[in-house]
Design a protein. Structure first.
Length: 426
Protein backbone atom coordinates (compact mmCIF):
# COMPACT_ATOMS: atom_id res chain seq x y z
CA UNK A 1 0.00 0.00 0.00
CA UNK A 2 1.77 3.18 -1.22
CA UNK A 3 1.31 6.55 0.52
CA UNK A 4 0.37 7.95 -2.87
CA UNK A 5 -2.76 5.84 -3.21
CA UNK A 6 -6.30 5.75 -1.86
CA UNK A 7 -7.62 2.29 -0.91
CA UNK A 8 -11.31 1.56 -1.41
CA UNK A 9 -12.99 -1.50 0.03
CA UNK A 10 -16.15 -2.92 -1.51
CA UNK A 11 -18.01 -4.21 1.53
CA UNK A 12 -20.25 -6.35 -0.68
CA UNK A 13 -17.40 -8.66 -1.62
CA UNK A 14 -14.57 -7.56 0.72
CA UNK A 15 -12.33 -6.67 -2.24
CA UNK A 16 -9.98 -3.67 -1.89
CA UNK A 17 -8.74 -1.43 -4.70
CA UNK A 18 -5.86 1.08 -4.75
CA UNK A 19 -6.10 4.25 -6.85
CA UNK A 20 -3.24 6.69 -7.38
CA UNK A 21 -3.24 10.20 -5.89
CA UNK A 22 -2.07 12.89 -8.33
CA UNK A 23 -0.86 16.15 -6.79
CA UNK A 24 -1.62 19.67 -8.08
CA UNK A 25 0.95 22.46 -8.25
CA UNK A 26 -1.42 24.27 -5.87
CA UNK A 27 -4.82 23.23 -4.50
CA UNK A 28 -6.51 19.85 -4.01
CA UNK A 29 -4.90 16.62 -5.19
CA UNK A 30 -7.02 14.20 -7.24
CA UNK A 31 -7.65 10.46 -7.14
CA UNK A 32 -7.09 8.91 -10.56
CA UNK A 33 -10.18 6.72 -11.01
CA UNK A 34 -9.76 6.20 -14.76
CA UNK A 35 -9.50 2.40 -14.16
CA UNK A 36 -12.31 2.33 -11.57
CA UNK A 37 -14.90 0.65 -13.85
CA UNK A 38 -12.35 -1.84 -15.22
CA UNK A 39 -11.25 -2.83 -11.69
CA UNK A 40 -14.56 -2.69 -9.80
CA UNK A 41 -17.25 -3.15 -12.48
CA UNK A 42 -18.94 -0.04 -11.10
CA UNK A 43 -19.09 3.61 -12.17
CA UNK A 44 -18.53 6.53 -9.81
CA UNK A 45 -21.47 8.93 -9.49
CA UNK A 46 -21.19 12.72 -9.11
CA UNK A 47 -24.18 14.68 -10.46
CA UNK A 48 -23.00 18.11 -11.58
CA UNK A 49 -19.37 17.04 -11.07
CA UNK A 50 -19.22 18.63 -7.60
CA UNK A 51 -16.16 16.51 -6.65
CA UNK A 52 -14.84 15.61 -10.08
CA UNK A 53 -11.84 16.99 -11.96
CA UNK A 54 -12.45 16.57 -15.70
CA UNK A 55 -8.95 17.50 -16.91
CA UNK A 56 -5.47 18.73 -16.10
CA UNK A 57 -5.05 22.42 -16.81
CA UNK A 58 -2.37 25.11 -16.44
CA UNK A 59 -4.64 28.05 -17.18
CA UNK A 60 -6.76 29.20 -14.22
CA UNK A 61 -6.74 28.36 -10.52
CA UNK A 62 -9.59 29.01 -8.08
CA UNK A 63 -9.57 28.51 -4.30
CA UNK A 64 -13.25 28.72 -3.41
CA UNK A 65 -12.70 28.75 0.34
CA UNK A 66 -10.13 31.54 0.23
CA UNK A 67 -11.94 33.46 -2.52
CA UNK A 68 -8.84 33.30 -4.72
CA UNK A 69 -8.60 33.40 -8.54
CA UNK A 70 -5.39 33.34 -10.62
CA UNK A 71 -4.85 33.48 -14.40
CA UNK A 72 -1.68 31.52 -15.19
CA UNK A 73 -0.46 32.30 -11.65
CA UNK A 74 -1.31 36.03 -11.63
CA UNK A 75 -3.88 37.09 -8.99
CA UNK A 76 -7.12 38.52 -10.37
CA UNK A 77 -6.78 41.72 -8.30
CA UNK A 78 -3.40 42.41 -9.96
CA UNK A 79 -4.77 41.70 -13.43
CA UNK A 80 -7.86 43.87 -12.87
CA UNK A 81 -5.99 46.82 -11.37
CA UNK A 82 -2.66 46.79 -13.23
CA UNK A 83 -3.37 45.17 -16.59
CA UNK A 84 -5.81 45.53 -19.51
CA UNK A 85 -8.13 42.99 -21.05
CA UNK A 86 -5.75 42.54 -24.00
CA UNK A 87 -2.92 41.78 -21.53
CA UNK A 88 -5.24 39.20 -19.98
CA UNK A 89 -6.33 37.67 -23.29
CA UNK A 90 -2.68 37.40 -24.41
CA UNK A 91 -1.68 35.82 -21.08
CA UNK A 92 -4.48 33.23 -21.19
CA UNK A 93 -3.95 32.26 -24.84
CA UNK A 94 -0.15 32.48 -25.09
CA UNK A 95 0.81 31.63 -21.50
CA UNK A 96 2.83 34.73 -20.59
CA UNK A 97 2.09 38.43 -20.07
CA UNK A 98 3.00 40.33 -23.23
CA UNK A 99 5.96 42.70 -23.45
CA UNK A 100 5.07 46.22 -24.58
CA UNK A 101 5.94 45.36 -28.20
CA UNK A 102 3.95 42.11 -28.04
CA UNK A 103 0.97 43.98 -26.60
CA UNK A 104 1.18 46.69 -29.28
CA UNK A 105 1.32 44.05 -32.03
CA UNK A 106 -1.58 42.13 -30.44
CA UNK A 107 -3.67 45.30 -30.23
CA UNK A 108 -2.91 46.00 -33.89
CA UNK A 109 -3.94 42.43 -34.79
CA UNK A 110 -7.21 42.95 -32.90
CA UNK A 111 -7.93 46.12 -34.88
CA UNK A 112 -7.00 44.61 -38.25
CA UNK A 113 -9.05 41.45 -37.66
CA UNK A 114 -12.06 43.18 -36.12
CA UNK A 115 -13.96 43.29 -39.42
CA UNK A 116 -16.18 40.34 -40.35
CA UNK A 117 -16.97 39.03 -43.83
CA UNK A 118 -19.74 41.16 -45.36
CA UNK A 119 -21.67 37.96 -46.02
CA UNK A 120 -22.33 37.56 -42.29
CA UNK A 121 -24.70 40.53 -42.45
CA UNK A 122 -27.07 38.53 -44.68
CA UNK A 123 -27.37 35.98 -41.86
CA UNK A 124 -28.32 38.72 -39.43
CA UNK A 125 -31.00 40.01 -41.82
CA UNK A 126 -32.81 36.69 -41.36
CA UNK A 127 -33.48 37.31 -37.66
CA UNK A 128 -36.71 38.95 -36.51
CA UNK A 129 -36.60 42.28 -34.66
CA UNK A 130 -35.88 41.87 -30.95
CA UNK A 131 -34.17 38.52 -31.52
CA UNK A 132 -32.02 38.00 -28.41
CA UNK A 133 -28.42 39.01 -29.21
CA UNK A 134 -27.13 35.79 -27.60
CA UNK A 135 -29.07 33.74 -30.16
CA UNK A 136 -27.73 35.90 -32.99
CA UNK A 137 -24.17 35.79 -31.62
CA UNK A 138 -24.15 32.01 -31.18
CA UNK A 139 -25.37 31.58 -34.79
CA UNK A 140 -22.94 34.24 -36.02
CA UNK A 141 -19.89 32.57 -34.50
CA UNK A 142 -20.88 29.19 -35.88
CA UNK A 143 -21.45 30.81 -39.29
CA UNK A 144 -17.92 32.26 -39.23
CA UNK A 145 -16.71 28.71 -39.91
CA UNK A 146 -18.38 28.88 -43.34
CA UNK A 147 -16.46 32.03 -44.22
CA UNK A 148 -13.12 30.86 -42.83
CA UNK A 149 -13.54 27.24 -43.94
CA UNK A 150 -9.87 27.03 -44.98
CA UNK A 151 -8.88 27.69 -41.36
CA UNK A 152 -10.85 24.94 -39.62
CA UNK A 153 -7.82 22.69 -39.24
CA UNK A 154 -5.68 24.09 -36.40
CA UNK A 155 -2.41 22.21 -35.85
CA UNK A 156 0.65 24.48 -36.01
CA UNK A 157 1.52 27.34 -33.61
CA UNK A 158 0.84 29.82 -36.42
CA UNK A 159 -2.59 28.27 -37.05
CA UNK A 160 -3.42 28.48 -33.33
CA UNK A 161 -2.34 32.13 -33.31
CA UNK A 162 -4.38 32.95 -36.41
CA UNK A 163 -7.47 31.20 -35.03
CA UNK A 164 -7.21 32.75 -31.58
CA UNK A 165 -6.63 36.29 -32.81
CA UNK A 166 -9.36 36.04 -35.43
CA UNK A 167 -12.05 34.88 -33.01
CA UNK A 168 -11.11 37.24 -30.14
CA UNK A 169 -11.08 40.18 -32.57
CA UNK A 170 -14.34 39.35 -34.33
CA UNK A 171 -16.56 38.47 -31.38
CA UNK A 172 -17.04 42.13 -30.26
CA UNK A 173 -17.97 43.12 -33.82
CA UNK A 174 -20.45 40.24 -34.10
CA UNK A 175 -21.75 41.15 -30.64
CA UNK A 176 -22.29 44.80 -31.54
CA UNK A 177 -23.85 43.85 -34.89
CA UNK A 178 -26.18 41.43 -33.03
CA UNK A 179 -27.43 44.26 -30.83
CA UNK A 180 -27.79 46.77 -33.67
CA UNK A 181 -29.70 44.28 -35.86
CA UNK A 182 -32.02 43.14 -33.05
CA UNK A 183 -32.95 46.79 -32.47
CA UNK A 184 -33.28 47.80 -36.10
CA UNK A 185 -30.32 50.20 -35.83
CA UNK A 186 -27.75 50.95 -38.53
CA UNK A 187 -24.61 48.94 -37.90
CA UNK A 188 -21.44 50.78 -36.94
CA UNK A 189 -18.22 49.32 -38.30
CA UNK A 190 -15.05 48.93 -36.22
CA UNK A 191 -12.96 52.10 -36.06
CA UNK A 192 -9.28 51.31 -36.63
CA UNK A 193 -8.31 54.32 -34.55
CA UNK A 194 -9.91 52.95 -31.40
CA UNK A 195 -8.69 50.37 -28.89
CA UNK A 196 -10.44 47.06 -28.34
CA UNK A 197 -12.92 48.06 -25.60
CA UNK A 198 -13.49 51.64 -26.81
CA UNK A 199 -14.20 50.24 -30.28
CA UNK A 200 -16.85 47.89 -28.93
CA UNK A 201 -18.58 50.62 -26.91
CA UNK A 202 -18.51 52.87 -29.97
CA UNK A 203 -20.08 50.17 -32.18
CA UNK A 204 -22.84 49.88 -29.58
CA UNK A 205 -23.53 53.56 -29.05
CA UNK A 206 -22.49 55.54 -32.12
CA UNK A 207 -24.65 56.63 -35.04
CA UNK A 208 -23.46 57.16 -38.59
CA UNK A 209 -21.63 60.49 -38.86
CA UNK A 210 -22.27 61.29 -35.21
CA UNK A 211 -19.49 61.48 -32.64
CA UNK A 212 -20.34 59.90 -29.28
CA UNK A 213 -18.36 60.78 -26.16
CA UNK A 214 -16.97 57.72 -24.39
CA UNK A 215 -15.58 58.59 -20.98
CA UNK A 216 -12.26 57.00 -19.93
CA UNK A 217 -13.91 55.79 -16.71
CA UNK A 218 -16.54 53.96 -18.79
CA UNK A 219 -13.94 52.33 -21.06
CA UNK A 220 -11.80 51.29 -18.07
CA UNK A 221 -14.83 49.88 -16.21
CA UNK A 222 -15.89 47.76 -19.18
CA UNK A 223 -12.29 46.69 -19.88
CA UNK A 224 -12.01 45.50 -16.28
CA UNK A 225 -15.32 43.64 -16.57
CA UNK A 226 -13.90 41.82 -19.61
CA UNK A 227 -10.75 40.96 -17.61
CA UNK A 228 -12.76 39.63 -14.66
CA UNK A 229 -14.80 37.38 -16.95
CA UNK A 230 -11.87 36.11 -19.04
CA UNK A 231 -11.62 32.58 -17.65
CA UNK A 232 -12.84 30.60 -14.68
CA UNK A 233 -11.51 27.02 -14.61
CA UNK A 234 -13.94 24.27 -15.64
CA UNK A 235 -17.29 26.12 -15.38
CA UNK A 236 -20.30 24.84 -17.32
CA UNK A 237 -19.65 26.72 -20.57
CA UNK A 238 -15.93 25.94 -20.56
CA UNK A 239 -16.82 22.29 -20.00
CA UNK A 240 -19.04 22.52 -23.09
CA UNK A 241 -16.15 24.02 -25.07
CA UNK A 242 -13.75 21.32 -23.92
CA UNK A 243 -16.29 18.60 -24.70
CA UNK A 244 -16.41 19.81 -28.30
CA UNK A 245 -12.61 20.08 -28.40
CA UNK A 246 -12.46 16.42 -27.33
CA UNK A 247 -14.54 15.39 -30.39
CA UNK A 248 -12.07 17.37 -32.58
CA UNK A 249 -14.84 19.86 -33.46
CA UNK A 250 -13.37 23.13 -34.76
CA UNK A 251 -13.15 26.20 -32.45
CA UNK A 252 -16.08 28.07 -34.05
CA UNK A 253 -18.44 25.21 -33.18
CA UNK A 254 -16.95 25.00 -29.68
CA UNK A 255 -17.25 28.74 -28.97
CA UNK A 256 -20.81 28.73 -30.32
CA UNK A 257 -21.62 25.87 -27.90
CA UNK A 258 -19.98 27.81 -25.07
CA UNK A 259 -22.23 30.79 -25.85
CA UNK A 260 -25.27 28.53 -25.67
CA UNK A 261 -24.23 27.09 -22.31
CA UNK A 262 -23.33 30.52 -20.89
CA UNK A 263 -26.77 31.91 -21.80
CA UNK A 264 -28.48 29.85 -19.07
CA UNK A 265 -29.71 31.98 -16.13
CA UNK A 266 -27.87 29.75 -13.67
CA UNK A 267 -24.63 30.68 -15.44
CA UNK A 268 -23.78 33.70 -17.56
CA UNK A 269 -27.42 34.70 -18.01
CA UNK A 270 -27.52 35.54 -14.30
CA UNK A 271 -26.32 39.12 -14.76
CA UNK A 272 -29.40 39.95 -16.86
CA UNK A 273 -31.60 38.05 -14.36
CA UNK A 274 -30.12 40.05 -11.46
CA UNK A 275 -31.25 43.34 -12.94
CA UNK A 276 -34.67 41.97 -13.88
CA UNK A 277 -35.02 40.64 -10.33
CA UNK A 278 -33.96 43.98 -8.77
CA UNK A 279 -36.48 45.77 -11.00
CA UNK A 280 -39.17 43.26 -10.00
CA UNK A 281 -38.43 43.81 -6.28
CA UNK A 282 -38.44 47.53 -7.05
CA UNK A 283 -38.13 49.10 -3.61
CA UNK A 284 -36.19 48.34 -0.42
CA UNK A 285 -39.39 47.73 1.55
CA UNK A 286 -40.10 44.65 -0.60
CA UNK A 287 -36.69 43.03 -0.08
CA UNK A 288 -37.71 41.02 3.00
CA UNK A 289 -40.57 39.39 1.05
CA UNK A 290 -38.16 38.13 -1.62
CA UNK A 291 -35.49 37.03 0.85
CA UNK A 292 -38.20 34.85 2.43
CA UNK A 293 -39.10 33.41 -0.99
CA UNK A 294 -35.41 32.62 -1.68
CA UNK A 295 -35.23 30.70 1.62
CA UNK A 296 -38.49 28.83 1.07
CA UNK A 297 -37.69 25.28 -0.09
CA UNK A 298 -41.14 25.07 -1.71
CA UNK A 299 -40.57 28.21 -3.72
CA UNK A 300 -38.42 27.87 -6.89
CA UNK A 301 -37.40 31.54 -6.51
CA UNK A 302 -33.64 31.99 -6.21
CA UNK A 303 -31.69 35.14 -5.43
CA UNK A 304 -29.96 35.82 -8.73
CA UNK A 305 -26.30 36.79 -8.32
CA UNK A 306 -25.96 34.80 -5.11
CA UNK A 307 -24.21 31.50 -4.60
CA UNK A 308 -21.51 29.70 -6.51
CA UNK A 309 -20.46 26.10 -7.03
CA UNK A 310 -16.87 26.89 -6.04
CA UNK A 311 -16.83 30.13 -4.03
CA UNK A 312 -18.20 29.49 -0.55
CA UNK A 313 -16.77 32.84 0.38
CA UNK A 314 -16.77 36.16 -1.48
CA UNK A 315 -16.20 35.81 -5.24
CA UNK A 316 -12.99 37.90 -5.58
CA UNK A 317 -14.35 39.31 -8.83
CA UNK A 318 -17.47 40.54 -7.02
CA UNK A 319 -15.30 42.41 -4.52
CA UNK A 320 -13.54 44.26 -7.35
CA UNK A 321 -16.80 44.93 -9.19
CA UNK A 322 -18.44 46.38 -6.08
CA UNK A 323 -15.66 48.99 -5.90
CA UNK A 324 -16.06 49.77 -9.60
CA UNK A 325 -19.84 50.06 -9.24
CA UNK A 326 -19.58 52.55 -6.41
CA UNK A 327 -16.83 54.59 -8.17
CA UNK A 328 -18.63 54.62 -11.52
CA UNK A 329 -22.01 55.60 -10.12
CA UNK A 330 -20.37 58.34 -8.11
CA UNK A 331 -18.45 59.67 -11.13
CA UNK A 332 -21.46 59.40 -13.45
CA UNK A 333 -23.74 60.79 -10.78
CA UNK A 334 -26.07 57.81 -10.96
CA UNK A 335 -28.16 57.19 -7.90
CA UNK A 336 -30.34 54.25 -8.40
CA UNK A 337 -33.11 52.72 -6.34
CA UNK A 338 -31.77 49.44 -7.69
CA UNK A 339 -28.47 50.02 -5.89
CA UNK A 340 -30.37 50.62 -2.65
CA UNK A 341 -32.31 47.39 -3.21
CA UNK A 342 -29.10 45.50 -4.05
CA UNK A 343 -27.33 46.89 -0.96
CA UNK A 344 -30.24 45.84 1.28
CA UNK A 345 -30.31 42.33 -0.22
CA UNK A 346 -26.57 42.02 0.30
CA UNK A 347 -26.76 43.32 3.89
CA UNK A 348 -29.51 40.89 4.88
CA UNK A 349 -28.12 37.88 3.01
CA UNK A 350 -24.64 38.28 4.48
CA UNK A 351 -26.00 37.98 8.02
CA UNK A 352 -28.88 35.54 7.46
CA UNK A 353 -28.20 31.99 8.65
CA UNK A 354 -29.79 30.44 5.52
CA UNK A 355 -27.26 32.11 3.22
CA UNK A 356 -24.28 32.04 5.58
CA UNK A 357 -24.68 28.33 6.38
CA UNK A 358 -24.78 27.49 2.65
CA UNK A 359 -21.89 29.75 1.74
CA UNK A 360 -24.13 31.88 -0.48
CA UNK A 361 -22.28 35.14 -1.18
CA UNK A 362 -22.69 37.69 -3.96
CA UNK A 363 -21.05 36.41 -7.14
CA UNK A 364 -19.71 38.25 -10.15
CA UNK A 365 -23.16 38.67 -11.64
CA UNK A 366 -24.61 40.45 -8.61
CA UNK A 367 -22.61 43.60 -9.34
CA UNK A 368 -21.80 43.39 -13.07
CA UNK A 369 -25.42 44.06 -14.09
CA UNK A 370 -25.60 47.39 -12.25
CA UNK A 371 -22.30 48.51 -13.78
CA UNK A 372 -23.41 47.55 -17.28
CA UNK A 373 -26.65 49.44 -16.72
CA UNK A 374 -24.62 52.50 -15.65
CA UNK A 375 -22.66 52.09 -18.90
CA UNK A 376 -25.98 52.32 -20.76
CA UNK A 377 -25.59 48.75 -22.02
CA UNK A 378 -29.02 47.14 -22.53
CA UNK A 379 -29.94 44.17 -20.30
CA UNK A 380 -30.23 41.77 -23.23
CA UNK A 381 -26.54 42.50 -23.95
CA UNK A 382 -25.27 41.56 -20.48
CA UNK A 383 -24.59 37.90 -21.29
CA UNK A 384 -23.01 39.05 -24.56
CA UNK A 385 -20.55 41.14 -22.52
CA UNK A 386 -19.76 37.97 -20.58
CA UNK A 387 -19.07 36.18 -23.92
CA UNK A 388 -16.62 38.86 -25.08
CA UNK A 389 -14.74 38.55 -21.79
CA UNK A 390 -14.81 34.74 -21.69
CA UNK A 391 -13.78 34.10 -25.30
CA UNK A 392 -9.98 34.19 -24.66
CA UNK A 393 -10.49 31.71 -21.83
CA UNK A 394 -12.56 29.39 -23.99
CA UNK A 395 -9.94 29.56 -26.75
CA UNK A 396 -7.11 28.88 -24.28
CA UNK A 397 -9.03 25.90 -22.86
CA UNK A 398 -9.93 24.55 -26.33
CA UNK A 399 -6.30 24.88 -27.43
CA UNK A 400 -4.93 23.30 -24.25
CA UNK A 401 -7.03 20.17 -24.75
CA UNK A 402 -6.51 20.17 -28.52
CA UNK A 403 -2.71 20.21 -28.07
CA UNK A 404 -2.61 17.25 -25.68
CA UNK A 405 -0.57 14.31 -26.94
CA UNK A 406 -3.60 12.03 -26.41
CA UNK A 407 -7.15 13.35 -26.51
CA UNK A 408 -9.87 11.24 -24.89
CA UNK A 409 -13.33 12.05 -26.17
CA UNK A 410 -15.62 13.24 -23.33
CA UNK A 411 -18.02 10.37 -22.80
CA UNK A 412 -19.40 10.02 -19.22
CA UNK A 413 -21.47 6.99 -18.20
CA UNK A 414 -24.69 6.93 -16.09
CA UNK A 415 -26.62 5.25 -13.33
CA UNK A 416 -29.44 3.66 -15.35
CA UNK A 417 -32.73 3.75 -13.45
CA UNK A 418 -35.08 3.13 -16.38
CA UNK A 419 -37.24 0.04 -17.12
CA UNK A 420 -35.58 -3.35 -17.31
CA UNK A 421 -36.14 -5.33 -20.52
CA UNK A 422 -39.79 -5.86 -21.26
CA UNK A 423 -41.73 -7.37 -24.13
CA UNK A 424 -44.49 -5.43 -25.90
CA UNK A 425 -47.98 -6.43 -24.77
CA UNK A 426 -49.59 -8.49 -27.60
C1 LIG B 1 -21.53 32.07 -12.95
O1 LIG B 1 -18.98 27.92 -12.29
C2 LIG B 1 -18.49 29.11 -12.56
O2 LIG B 1 -17.34 29.37 -12.41
C3 LIG B 1 -19.51 30.09 -13.11
C4 LIG B 1 -19.08 31.54 -13.21
C5 LIG B 1 -18.01 31.73 -14.27
O3 LIG B 1 -17.27 32.73 -14.18
O4 LIG B 1 -18.00 30.92 -15.25
O5 LIG B 1 -18.58 31.98 -11.96
C6 LIG B 1 -20.25 32.44 -13.61
O6 LIG B 1 -22.26 31.29 -13.51
C7 LIG B 1 -21.83 32.61 -11.56
C8 LIG B 1 -23.16 32.03 -10.99
C9 LIG B 1 -24.33 32.84 -11.57
N1 LIG B 1 -25.62 32.20 -11.20
C10 LIG B 1 -26.46 32.78 -10.35
O7 LIG B 1 -26.20 33.80 -9.70
C11 LIG B 1 -27.81 32.05 -10.24
C12 LIG B 1 -28.19 31.91 -8.76
N2 LIG B 1 -27.28 30.94 -8.11
C13 LIG B 1 -27.71 29.57 -8.04
O8 LIG B 1 -28.51 29.11 -9.09
C14 LIG B 1 -26.61 28.62 -7.56
O9 LIG B 1 -26.02 29.21 -6.47
C15 LIG B 1 -25.52 28.17 -8.53
C16 LIG B 1 -26.09 27.55 -9.75
C17 LIG B 1 -24.67 29.32 -8.91
C18 LIG B 1 -24.66 27.14 -7.80
O10 LIG B 1 -25.46 26.04 -7.56
P1 LIG B 1 -24.88 24.73 -6.80
O11 LIG B 1 -23.44 24.87 -6.47
O12 LIG B 1 -25.30 23.52 -7.58
O13 LIG B 1 -25.59 24.83 -5.43
P2 LIG B 1 -26.94 24.10 -5.08
O14 LIG B 1 -27.94 24.37 -6.15
O15 LIG B 1 -26.62 22.69 -4.73
O16 LIG B 1 -27.41 24.92 -3.78
C19 LIG B 1 -26.91 24.58 -2.48
C20 LIG B 1 -27.97 25.10 -1.52
C21 LIG B 1 -29.38 24.61 -1.88
O17 LIG B 1 -30.14 24.62 -0.71
P3 LIG B 1 -30.24 23.21 0.16
O18 LIG B 1 -30.70 22.15 -0.83
O19 LIG B 1 -28.85 22.95 0.70
O20 LIG B 1 -31.28 23.49 1.24
O21 LIG B 1 -28.04 26.54 -1.61
C22 LIG B 1 -29.31 26.93 -2.10
C23 LIG B 1 -29.91 25.72 -2.76
O22 LIG B 1 -31.34 25.76 -2.72
N3 LIG B 1 -29.07 28.01 -3.07
C24 LIG B 1 -29.78 29.13 -3.16
C25 LIG B 1 -29.16 29.89 -4.16
N4 LIG B 1 -28.11 29.22 -4.65
C26 LIG B 1 -28.06 28.05 -3.97
N5 LIG B 1 -30.88 29.57 -2.46
C27 LIG B 1 -31.35 30.78 -2.83
N6 LIG B 1 -30.81 31.59 -3.79
C28 LIG B 1 -29.71 31.16 -4.46
N7 LIG B 1 -29.17 31.93 -5.40
Amino acid sequence: MSKDTITITNNRNGKTYDFNILDASVGPSVVDISTFYKETGMFTYDEGYTSTASCKSEITYIDGGAGKLMYRGYDIAYMAKEKTFLDTAYLLVYGELPTKDELDNFALEMQKRSFVHEGVKKLFDAFPDRAHPMAILSAGVSALSTFYYNHLEVNTPQEYKEMANRIIAKIPTLAAFSYRYSNGLPIIYPDLNKGFTENFLNMLRAYPHEYVELKDIEIKALDTIFTLHADHEQNASTTAVRNLASTMAHPYAAISAGIGALWGRSHGGANESVIRQLEMIGTVDRVDEFIAKAKDKNDPFRLMGFGHRVYKNFDPRATILKEIRNELMGELGISSELVEVANKIEKIALSDEYFVSRGLYPNIDFYSGLILQALKIPKEMFAVIFVIGRTPGWIAQWSELHQQKTIKIARPRQLYVGPTERTPKS
